[in-house]
Design a binder for this molecule. Structure first.
Ligand SMILES: Cc1cc2nc3c(=O)[nH]c(=O)nc-3n(C[C@H](O)[C@H](O)[C@H](O)COP(=O)(O)OP(=O)(O)OC[C@H]3O[C@@H](n4cnc5c(N)ncnc54)[C@H](O)[C@@H]3O)c2cc1C
Length: 357
């Protein structure tokens, strides 16, 4: 290969934006092609950055590294709308919460046990408190669309091209993917990265590659902006919530948003009533809008990152994409440009699905 390798990144959500940024910073010639700048799932995300409960140890460590990678990026790209506000959690029975605190504490998570009085000190605006909760000061959140746009703008400032277009197909030559067929014309490249969330599935299928992905719906309600009501993320058995940089209280029945049911408006109104009931000072809390997002979720719940079964084609599709975006961007750019295998990505290869069939 002579000169800078040219990489097409399909998708401009938080994953495509991070990959494009890291590739550009590492010296690649990058073209981002995307319909929606800022993403499709990304604007509907709860955007909690965490390595919380429910995952096996290897994936905990990957996510924990991903949290640190956001802090690294914040040094390199000032202005990222990050908040390391911490997470207060009591969304499971006390005995399970105790196990979570015990196991994750041993794994190196900064987890602290709190009693009722300590919960009230931490979040004085709530109308109810548990006898026992845990707090993780190192958890946080990011405003994901603003972050994706900042990454894209900075990549552009450093030479990347960002094209708003639809990718209708992938270009093949000699058994290799060599470009993309877009609504703005044909683009050729040394590598094509599918960072298109749920939109990656039909593109992969068009060249005979199966991405086993489901897209469960998730409802998130957004209040109108209000004065400060929450100091951090709050995860209760009935809802997960946080206050955004704009001052909105956003909430889902959990962080992934619940099933919006048949009547989205009615489900949003019911969820928002629960949000209101969580605050002492709630007279000015009004529902502004809600989102129903479709979470790009690989069949076993873990990311798909790596070669997508054909030379020249790379996939980066995942849930918890907000938590993982920076680490994924760094790792994908590193693999593509160095040609070396990143061993930390071994559990996340697409080929694992073939092995289980
Ligand atoms: C309700 C909900 C709550 C969530 N909560 C969290 C959370 O708390 N923490 C967390 O870490 N993660 C969370 N997630 C998951 C996270 O938001 C996603 O993993 C992440 O946003 C995926 O980003 P992405 O860039 O891969 O996809 P997307 O944001 O969907 O972006 C895909 C991009 O590809 C483009 N595209 C697709 N097809 C084409 C095509 N043919 N041609 C051109 N462009 C195309 C789209 O226009 C878009 O720009 C949540 C998701 C949802 C929906």
């Amino acid at each position: 290969m002579t000169g800078k390798p040219h990489v097409i990144v399909i998708g401009a959500g938080i994953i495509g934006a991070s990959i494009a940024w890291h590739l550009t910073r590492k010296g690649a010639a990058v073209t981002v092609v995307s319909e929606a700048l800022g993403g499709v799932a990304t604007p509907c995300s709860f955007a909690w950055i965490n390595a919380s409960w429910g995952n096996p140890e290897f994936y905990f460590h990957f996510r924990h590294r991903a949290m640190a990678e956001w802090k690294r990026l914040a040094q390199e790209l000032p202005g990222l709308p990050l908040s390391w506000c911490g997470g207060l959690c009591w969304d499971m029975p006390p005995v399970d919460l105790e196990t979570y605190a015990d196991v994750h504490g041993r794994w190196g998570y900064g987890i602290r046990r709190l009693d009722r009085a300590q919960c009230a000190l931490l979040e004085p605006g709530l109308s109810e408190y548990p006898d026992f909760a845990v707090h993780v000061a190192e958890e946080g959140a990011v405003e994901p669309v603003a972050a994706a746009r900042l990454l894209l703008a900075d990549a552009e400032a450093h030479g990347a091209k960002v094209i708003t277009a639809t990718v209708n197909g992938l270009l093949q030559a000699g058994g290799r993917i060599v470009g993309a067929v877009t609504s703005q014309g044909i683009l050729e490249a040394d590598h094509v990265v599918l960072a298109a969330g749920a939109g990656a599935v039909p593109l992969a299928t068009s060249v005979g590659v199966t991405l086993p992905l489901s897209t469960p719906a998730g409802l998130i309600v957004h209040s109108r902006p209000v004065s400060k009501r929450l100091n951090g993320l709050v995860m209760t058995p009935r809802l997960h919530m946080r206050q955004t940089a704009e001052g909105r209280i956003i909430a889902g029945s959990d962080f992934g948003g619940g099933d919006p049911g048949q009547d989205h408006q009615a489900s949003a109104a019911e969820l928002f009533a629960r949000v209101k009931a969580m605050f002492i000072d709630n007279a000015d809390l009004k529902l502004d809008f809600f989102t129903v997002g479709y979470r790009p979720t690989p069949a076993d719940g873990f990311p798909i990152i790596g070669n997508a079964g054909l030379p020249g084609l790379y996939a980066a599709v995942m849930h918890s994409g907000v938590t993982l975006a920076v680490l994924a961007g760094e790792a994908v750019a590193g693999e593509l440009l160095s040609g070396r295998t990143d061993e930390s990505l071994a559990p996340f290869r697409l080929q694992r699905f073939a092995q289980t069939q």
